[in-house]
Design a protein around this ligand. Structure first.
Ligand SMILES: C[S@@+](CC[C@H](N)C(=O)[O-])C[C@H]1O[C@@H](n2cnc3c(N)ncnc32)[C@H](O)[C@@H]1O
Length: 320
């Protein structure tokens, strides 16, 4: 038991698609600055720092616990590593404006295993509270959403972010339960939802609805959109970008944007002859299909089940 606990502290989160991530950066310039936009527990960053001995790495995270852990973990690399606390959408614009030689950017979206598993963070079905903030100083909590949103707003969340067919029933059940008093915990919410959702297999039927609330609390899709907007407005010339997503809503945002960036001709459909100059591509996708977990990884890390890594290489100045 004691050794299990110690292991959990040493590796609170297993990095997903680690081999695939390193493959994505195979052609990256081995000098310059690498930005890990979702530092987490430093697993990916450590592998990048080991593999590329001449790069500097800046790791961003909005969770102070993740920053503290990775700062300790990556202390052996401290001459080349800096941790920055903040949302990547806030930190990246200045960083990209200031740094000329960005060679790579990685984002491994969503929450870490530690955030999910630590009961007091209020993400889980077993939690005694409802929090779900990655940044403990952020203004909106899961409690606010669950107890403050009206039935339409909750229904929209459950439908759009939870992609649940039972969205209306679930939203009504939450609002009905609130009449007896505030819903204070993940446990209580899971019970309320469990009564109106069909159970299939071992997975808690409230899983997609908890995910929907988490996405809302942390504005996760807004953050991804803003990251893509920043990269589009300030393309890091020559850099390789790897983005790891965990559900279709995230992956769709990345896939559509990468396709747009790789498009050389931006003439409207139906134009008989290209009139745009056919030179609008910002870069290319070295691998067209997303990289997914190997059978071996799937067995070791269930979190990798839905992970998809997409890579994009921005052209150097003058290249097209
Ligand atoms: C899946 S974990 C990353 C794990 C990391 N790759 C590793 O190997 O340990 C995602 C991390 O990104 C952070 N995060 C998610 N969205 C963020 C955002 N918009 N800005 C900054 N950090 C974010 C979370 O707090 C979490 O620590």
């Amino acid at each position: 038991m004691a050794s299990k606990k110690r292991d959990a502290l040493q590796t609170p989160h297993i990095p997903v698609l680690l081999h695939e991530t390193l493959r994505c950066y195979e052609t990256m310039s081995p000098n310059g600055l690498f930005i890990d936009a979702t530092l987490g527990y430093g697993g990916h960053s450590e592998a990048i720092l080991r593999r590329f001995e001449n790069i500097r790495l800046i790791g961003i995270d909005r969770d102070p616990e993740a920053i503290a852990f990775s700062t300790r973990r990556l202390a052996p690399f401290k001459a080349r590593f800096t941790a920055v606390r903040g949302a990547f959408s806030d930190v990246l614009p200045d960083l990209l404006a200031k740094e000329r030689a960005v060679c790579g950017i990685l984002a491994d979206f969503g929450v870490s295993s530690l955030q999910l598993d630590k009961k007091e963070r209020g993400f889980s079905f077993e939690s005694d509270n409802l929090d779900m903030r990655m940044d403990p100083d952020a203004p909106l909590t899961a409690y606010d959403v669950v107890n403050g949103y009206d039935v339409e707003a909750l229904g929209r969340l459950f439908r759009e972010y939870g992609e649940s067919r039972a969205w209306r029933r679930a939203a009504e059940a939450v609002v009905e339960a609130r009449k007896k008093g505030a819903i204070e915990s993940g446990k209580a919410l899971s019970e309320i939802l469990g009564k109106v959702l069909p159970r299939k297999g071992k997975t808690n039927p409230a899983t997609p609805l908890f995910q929907a609330i988490r996405i809302e609390v942390n504005d996760e899709l807004g953050e991804i959109t803003r990251l893509l907007d920043v990269l589009e407005a300030q393309p890091p010339k020559g850099a390789v970008v790897g983005l790891i997503t965990f559900h279709s809503l995230e992956d769709r945002l990345v896939k559509q944007r990468f396709r747009k960036w790789a498009q050389s001709c931006i003439c409207p459909p139906g134009v008989p002859r290209c009139v745009c100059g056919n030179n609008h591509a910002l870069g290319e996708m070295p691998v067209k299909k997303p990289l997914t977990a190997s059978a071996d990884e799937l067995q070791k890390n269930p979190r990798s089940r839905s992970a998809k890594l997409r890579c994009f290489r921005f052209y150097e100045e003058g290249e097209s």
